[in-house]
Design a protein around this ligand. Sequence first.
Ligand code: TNX
Length: 525
Amino acid sequence: SINCSLLPGQDISIIPLPAEIEKGEPGSFSLSENTIIQYDQDVTNAASFFKDYCKNIYSSDLNSMSSDHPGMELNKISLKYVNDFLPGQYTLDINKSGIRIQGSENGVFYGIQSLIQLLPLSPEPGQKNLEVPFIRIHDQPRFAYRGMLLDVGRHFFTIDFLKKCIDNAAYHKINHFHLHLTDDQGWRIEIKNYPRLTEAGAWRQGTMTGLYPGTGNDSIVHGGYYTQDEIRDLVSYAQERYVTIVPEFEMPAHSLAALASYPHLGCTGGPYRVKETWGGTPDVFCAGNDSTFVFLQDVLDEIMEMFPSEYIHVGGDECQKDRWKRCNKCQSRIKAENLKDEDELQSYFITRIEKHINSRGRTLIGWDEILEGGVAPNAVVMSWRGNGEAGCLGAVKAGHPVIMTPSYSFYLDYPQTSQEDSLAADWGGVTPVRKVYLYEPVLEQLSEEEAALVIGAQANIWTEYMNNPSKVEYMAFPRLSAVSEVLWSPAGLRDWDDFRRRMESQYNRYRLWCTAYNPAEITLE
Ligand code: TNX
């Protein structure tokens, strides 16, 4: 007899909540090493993901065969590709003849993600049979863009850790991993044409201690970067999990690491140093110098080679304009292009970059400041300031798609509790998991047409105060689980008490996944 924590008819606790769950007859299917995974060619990824998962988590070796081989009728998991299912859509059936998942290509993968959340949470050592309850699920995502951002600029994280983040994204049916690759405090990606970006820009000589503006400097060299080969490997790892990596190359501001590497790209000519404190800096790319644009376009070309993502993020946030005001070249540009002021100069800057990105068949994303001085014609706006409302309205009124990433609800660097026990950004207030869970990305006042422009939302993990992987996970969880439900599940099913009930199992799942989390926040009364 098997001691299994998930008994039939008992707790079903999938996160994000599926659109429709029908509990089947009482009973369960027993998955064992005699179970065969039979899969259609188009959903090979999902089959291998499931095999690897059972091997890694339960030390269970399942066999698989493609559906071209005649299969047996019983004791199998069948994965069927259905051509006319929508992106992400699937059905999952578990009954006495076995497990069947049908869906679009990524739909079957998401069916697998739901299935793994039906497996036992606290397996006995050596337990080989995995009981899963009879059930029928119909599911599909609410939003097309379901994102999380990791800032590798403020602190460097290894490729292995990025892969673990991608796994966690996939478990939560999140399909975009936004990598913030460049900032004042570090440049993190090899660019063959500009080697100094990583020779100089990837390293800082120390890091401020304490909360901004800081109590001192640790004088420890910090840095690191990804080679182009590592990036290609990471991109294909993500592709196998239906996660698109959206690269971000920040401009015109947050660019001090690039200026420290190539000082001629700034208005004053430098010298510049990779920044050792948090907060902004007046030094930004010079908008009057044509050689700046040659550099930016060359770097973007290498980035677009490495990342097949339709979306290319170019930042655009928090650009201080003082240097431009006092720079002859920037002022001549304003005159020559008939621009009104420095805001319009930023708009000229981003629009010029957008032309280049569009010419390569890609779409530009920028933070909501790209609305100031006029938004570039085809840009997607990421609305982050405050509760995201102003940026959203600015974008949709101009007919532009928008991704909601409101700092007040979706910034996972903000403390989770008022008694946060470690350093956390103190510029936005406490963001408990309940607040995250109850955030609604589509503003009530939007018309149907405008609402359709809200293509999704994203949680951001800025890492000023996170210098190791456990801290990142501790800040991310459980809040990222709440985010995933906002992104995936039908709005009408959102229910805080039910979510809290399901979170009890999710905490055990974090432990199965060896993922750190903050246990303080969801305590069941
Ligand atoms: C604002 S979000 C920033 C980041 C910081 C973050 C800290 C955005 C576009 N800019 O550079 O890391 O706040 O919460």
